[in-house]
Write a protein that binds this ligand. Structure first.
Ligand code: NAP
Length: 247
């Protein structure tokens, strides 16, 4: 029997990887958590929804005769990566991770590094207008601060009611530098809050902050479990298309 790959997705890279593997006629299924109502789906087989923890994922890996688990989830999706590592171990199959490089500050940047969302909220200057780009799931944390004005951007609207003073922008990356500069200017943004997601699609907001000399509260990544990790789709393609190795 040939190789069968499971990609844990939720990122543009996961989608691109699935398309590449599928284009070679390889047997690949992509799994999404089901957080977005209208996800962009990759080519090939897909499944949507949680597995039910480590045990559920290990059961799925065995039942579907998966031979290589590819964790291509977002750098801030911590639980699924922990579950994947343990489930691959239990099922006795290989696991690799596709994880893009974190962004790095350069001359002119005013990045204030924090370790958590709560620290980011705490670090905001009083009465600031804050451009928040952390997705829609965790926006409630910013309601702790009734002195700030929030301009939040996400692909889909949050399921909570936001304060009247907030502005919610629904938009899908990529964004140009001109677009980001106009946004900072139009909304009179004082400070940007972002997770260190890395990648090119949402990088221009950081260039806009540099250009306009605006500070950035950068939520740093926490370490993920120690598995073989590759930064590019080409590297993962080499691993996936190489002869199978014993676990
Ligand atoms: P998480 O906290 O690591 O995972 C929570 C639970 O969601 C997991 O235990 C699992 O449920 C389920 N899950 C997560 N990813 C899954 C996948 N690819 N396929 C099937 N089930 C999955 O994840 P999160 O931070 O909520 O992120 C959810 C998804 O959104 C991830 O796939 C991630 O790639 C994507 N995403 C996250 C962020 C972010 O900032 N966190 C940003 C962009 C995209 P069970 O335990 O029931 O299996």
């Amino acid at each position: 029997m040939g190789e069968r790959f499971l990609i844990l997705g939720g990122t543009g890279e996961a989608r691109a990887l699935a398309n590449r593997l599928n284009g070679l006629g390889l047997d690949v299924v992509t799994s999404l958590a089901g957080r977005t109502d209208n996800p962009l789906l990759p080519d090939g087989e897909t499944r949507i929804g949680g597995f039910g923890g480590v045990r559920g994922l290990a059961t799925y890996l065995r039942a579907e005769a998966i031979t290589l688990l590819i964790d291509a989830t977002h750098p801030f999706a911590a639980r699924i990566s922990m579950n994947a590592t343990e489930a691959a171990h239990q099922a006795g199959i290989r696991i690799v991770r596709l994880e893009r490089q974190p962004w790095k500050a350069a001359t002119g940047d005013q990045w204030h590094h924090v370790q958590s969302l709560e620290d980011a909220v705490f670090a905001l200057p009083e009465r600031a207008t804050v451009f928040v780009t952390i997705g829609r799931q965790q926006l409630a944390a910013f309601m702790e601060r009734d002195d700030i004005r929030v301009v939040a951007r996400a692909i889909e609207g949050p399921k909570i009611t936001l304060p009247k003073s907030w502005t919610m922008i629904l938009d899908r990356p990529p964004f140009t530098l001109e677009h980001e500069i106009a946004l900072f200017t139009d909304y009179r943004v004082d400070v940007l809050v972002t997770k260190n997601a890395g990648g090119n699609e949402t990088w221009e907001k950081l260039l806009a902050a540099r250009h306009l000399c605006k500070p950035v509260i950068m939520i740093d990544r926490l370490p993920k479990p120690a598995v073989a990790t590759y930064e590019t789709i080409d590297e993962i393609m080499s691993v996936a298309t190489a002869a199978p190795k014993p676990f």
